[in-house]
Design a protein around this ligand. Structure first.
Ligand code: SF4
Length: 261
């Protein structure tokens, strides 16, 4: 598959984003010029080639974070082709649809993934802030913070880099997403940043990947059940997430960044 190229100069975009985010570089990570160079070295690589290169580059210090949502299978499939025992972190918020958990188990088995780790919130945080599981009704940022952001920070403490499936075509804050970012003390690897919806559909078809069962019920993006709605038109892929709120991201892609600003 040839990735849809809607980028001009990824090294330049990366440098701009780093400057905007005012991110500092921990000594253990590549310097900003090194990261920009690394990005530029692989500018013409397709997603699988790029993914393989980054797994080699950060050997033993990189994990995939997956929601096992509507599009997750395509990246999980690529990872399975490269390294079936790559650590895959699943944020088990306690608020997933039952269909997501069933789908997760189905994909693990079909793809032969051997190192999927479910990460749960700290019981003390839940007891203190969300004992009756109603926090999402009045403070979604705080709910995401204790159910997603803090558990992920803890889970990633032993890694330098993590892979995720965000794409520019999701819109919002993602429209200029590069394939490499420096954020929150980690390198974020976004192999599918340039993929279009047609690329995703083609990957599902060519690899015979199963669909999340909620997709056919009108959910183009799937997260926790309280904060995910079906949509009338899937033109806005993430339109059903936190419907009616300004919130467009769960926090794992913004809060960790702000903590370094
Ligand atoms: S997506 Fe909703 S239910 Fe899930 S952690 Fe965030 S606020 Fe809570």
């Amino acid at each position: 598959m040839t990735d849809s190229v809607i980028h001009k100069d990824q090294a330049q975009l990366l440098a701009e984003k780093i400057a905007q985010d005012k991110v500092t570089t921990p000594e253990t990570l590549p310097s900003i010029p090194d990261l920009a160079t690394l990005d530029a070295q692989h500018a013409d690589a397709d997603a699988e080639t790029f993914l393989r290169a980054m797994i080699d580059e950060f050997d033993g210090r990189i994990a995939l974070v997956s929601s096992f949502g509507a599009e997750s299978a395509v990246l999980l499939d690529l990872v399975a082709r490269v390294k079936k025992d790559l650590p895959v972190i699943f944020l088990e918020t306690g608020m997933h649809f039952a269909q997501t958990l069933t789908y997760r188990n189905k994909l693990i088995k079909q793809l032969g993934l051997t190192n999927v780790q479910s990460v749960t919130p700290d019981p003390a945080d839940l007891a203190e802030h969300d004992a009756d599981e109603s926090l999402w009704q009045w403070d979604t940022d705080q709910c995401c913070h204790i159910r997603k952001v803090l558990p992920l920070q803890k889970a990633l403490s032993g890694y330098d880099a993590w892979i995720n499936g965000r794409k520019q075509m999701h819109g919002g804050l993602r429209v200029r997403l590069p394939r490499l970012e420096l954020s929150g003390g980690h390198i974020k690897v976004n192999p599918l940043a340039w993929w279009t919806r047609d690329d995703v559909e083609a990957a599902f078809e060519s690899s015979g990947l199963p669909r999340h069962p909620l997709v056919e019920q009108g959910y183009p993006s799937i997260g926790c059940w309280p904060c995910t709605q079906p949509v009338d038109s899937d033109d806005d892929v993430r339109g059903g997430r936190w419907n009616g709120q300004d919130k467009t991201e769960c926090g794992i892609h913004v809060t960790m960044l702000r903590s370094q600003a």
